[in-house]
Design a binder for this molecule. Structure first.
Ligand code: GP9
Ligand code: MN
Length: 627
């Protein structure tokens, strides 16, 4: 009796229009809030332990309220449908953010969506990152639909008076939420948002991040042609005014040699010289150090453009864009690229990548970099397949054959076999012991495969008598093993789990082989942005507009990562926590002189962004500013 009475009471309540509306609004806000919180943790914008007692949760809550109330205010009569629609759309967005973010560490943005074809392409990796828990994005939707059904008899009678009152209450709640958001938001240090978009999602939550992204995209379209401010011009003048020359004691030792640059997919520095079960992971590359310049402290500097960012730095020595890929954001900009400079020196330049030409918009951008030709899988014989496409070994062989068609050549080879998630290396004879069958174990096998493939390229060069006339540059594009593999990597490398140590593993190896008899192990700190100037130094050439510096110069090196993290010879400044560590001891250091130097170096990101955003190499716009 009692049960059925209370059930009756509840169904009466559900028929009450005000109760029904409040209930559905409340549930939608709660759903969206919960999903964003889950998203923050699952793509590691927020580190465990889980807690709601922080400002980000408040921002997420306020932004959820704002968007939901705004939707019902906008469509008062169809509020149920709108709430359902909003929930479904946002759930799909957050779900895509999750798949994308687990891999790239950042939610999707509009510039990235421009690359929708590419997102399809990495679906294999993406699905390996899918988790059962992701059901959280959709589990509430049937419940919500049932509630719509149960409240079907409740309709809001839009008598003038009632609906005005309702609208005023909702509008007031929206204004309050926005004011609270703005007020509380003042405590967030927004400077780090200029370096890395991900920080916006980290600080304010992913819902706000998307709102900002939409706003920014619209604004970028409108303000592209706005003239530069005096302050921005000043920054540019100061930077280029203080830039010294780029000539080491090795300047010109490799002039006129043929050039092969190999950008290796996912190769991290720790794989070099690593042994597993008593065996070297990269035996050939370890030996190559004995007659190359080998750089062991080069940090990767890629951001949202991942592989394409590494390519961009090699070709232009500019910083990648803070979000998205330069290849998509500025494919038609004027660049002063390696291909163009070498073209003037009589080199025939070619870029090779054994995959779809549209991926990362390469076909467009390589044309713009003044390469004589970009070779994609359309141009290769796809006899030997590994992973996504042609095997590195076959790729090297065919690319070399094409390169040798000319006497003086520059070839840029972007490998692919060792792509995440490193399946398909079972045939590789490397015993990874307890790592067998894990992603880390497979990664090590993929590195062994790359080592063998590069060895075969060197062998071919030697057999053809071309080795002494060729400079070969080899480096990794970005990390291969991400946060989800951190525990195994730390165990493998005997690290104690500290964040600085983990961040110090984000290095890529760099070899420059130029026929030297004796190798040199160079400990100088640097980044991928320095590779182009180092090549130019060895060739005896100069480019006054590069941001990097020759790694062969005596002066101390440094690396500014795209998130504003700066590594100096003795210090590591982690911009995500604004903390300076001693590089060796990991001890926290408080030194205002060093911090000032770091702030100065971070400005390079801003200056490089201005050059890209305003297309300053076009029509000598930069020269006009420097005059
Ligand atoms: C695809 C390849 C991979 O062509 O370069 O790009 P990534 O997923 O590593 O950025
Ligand atoms: Mn890559």
């Amino acid at each position: 009796m009692r049960y059925s009475r209370s059930r009756n009471k509840f169904s009466n309540l559900l028929e009450n229009p005000l109760f029904a509306e409040a209930l559905l609004i409340g549930i939608t806000i709660f759903s969206i809030f919960t999903k964003v919180i889950y998203l923050q943790y699952t793509i590691k914008l927020k580190e465990p332990p889980f807690s709601l007692l922080n400002y980000v949760s408040v921002y997420i809550f306020l932004s959820s309220i704002t968007i939901v109330l705004f939707a019902v205010l906008w469509f008062p009569k169809r509020y149920k449908g709108i709430l359902l629609f909003l929930n479904i759309v946002l759930s799909l967005v957050f779900f895509s953010d999750t798949l994308y973010g687990r891999y790239y560490g950042i939610p999707l943005t509009i510039p990235i969506l421009y690359q929708i074809g590419f997102v399809n392409d990495i679906s294999e990796s993406i699905f390996s990152l899918l988790k059962i828990k992701d059901i959280v994005f959709f589990i509430d939707i049937p419940v919500f639909i049932s509630l719509i059904f149960l409240t079907r008899t409740s309709t809001i009678r839009f008598q003038r008076k009632k609906s005005t009152k309702r609208n005023v209450i909702i509008a007031l709640a929206i204004v309050l939420s926005i004011v609270a958001f703005k007020g509380l938001g003042k405590r967030v240090d927004r400077t780090r948002h200029a370096y890395q978009r991900k920080n916006i999602a980290q600080d304010f939550g992913t819902l706000y991040f998307h709102g900002f992204d939409v706003y920014d995209f619209a604004k970028q379209k409108i303000t592209r042609n706005r003239p530069l401010r005096e302050k921005e011009k000043e920054l540019i003048r100061e930077f280029f005014g203080n830039k010294g020359n780029n000539q080491s004691k090795y300047h010109g030792i490799s002039s006129n040699k043929n050039i092969i640059v190999i950008q290796v997919e996912a190769m991290q520095e720790f794989a070099v010289d690593l042994t597993i079960e008593g065996e070297e992971v990269t035996p050939f590359l370890n030996r190559l150090k004995e007659n190359s310049f080998y750089f062991e402290n080069i940090y990767h500097q890629v951001a949202g453009g991942n592989t394409s960012d590494a390519e961009f730095m090699l070709n232009n020595s500019l910083y990648p864009a803070p979000t998205g890929s330069v290849n998509y954001l500025y494919p038609t900009n004027r660049f002063i690229s390696l291909g163009e400079i070498l073209g003037r020196e009589g080199y025939v330049s070619r870029a090779f990548h054994g995959y779809e030409p549209s991926f990362w918009n390469r076909e467009a951008i390589y044309r713009n970099y003044k390469y004589d030709k970009f070779y994609s899988w359309n141009d290769f014989e796809l006899k030997e397949i590994r992973g996504w496409a042609i095997s590195d070994e076959s790729f090297f062989k065919q690319s070399l054959d094409i390169s040798l068609e000319n006497e003086k050549f520059f070839s840029f080879l972007i490998t692919l076999s060792s792509h995440h998630p490193y399946g398909g290396f079972d045939d590789i004879d490397l015993n990874t012991g307890k790592l067998e069958g894990t992603q880390v174990g497979n990664y090590l096998k993929s590195m062994r495969y790359v080592d063998m493939a590069i060895e075969s390229l060197f062998k071919k060069l030697k057999d053809l008598g071309e080795l002494n006339n060729t400079m070969v540059i080899i480096y990794g594009d970005h990390n291969g093993l991400y946060e989800d593999q951190r525990a195994l990597v730390e165990d493998l490398l005997d690290l104690d789990g500290s964040n600085v140590d983990w961040k110090k593993t984000q290095k890529v190896p760099l070899w420059i082989f130029s026929g030297q008899n004796k190798g040199e192990n160079i400990k100088k700190v640097g980044g991928q942005i320095d590779i182009m100037p180092t090549i130019m130094d060895l060739l005896g050439l100069e480019n006054s507009f590069s941001f990097g510096k020759s790694l062969l110069m005596e002066e101390p090196g440094y690396c500014v990562k795209r998130d504003g993290t700066v590594i100096l010879e003795d210090y590591f400044f982690d911009n995500s926590v604004k903390t300076l560590y001693h590089l060796e001891s990991n001890e926290i250091v408080d030194n205002s002189l060093i911090l000032a130097d770091i702030e100065e170096k971070q400005k390079e990101l801003i200056i490089s962004d201005i050059i890209l955003g305003k297309n300053l190499f076009n029509h000598d716009k930069l020269l006009e500013i420097l005059e």
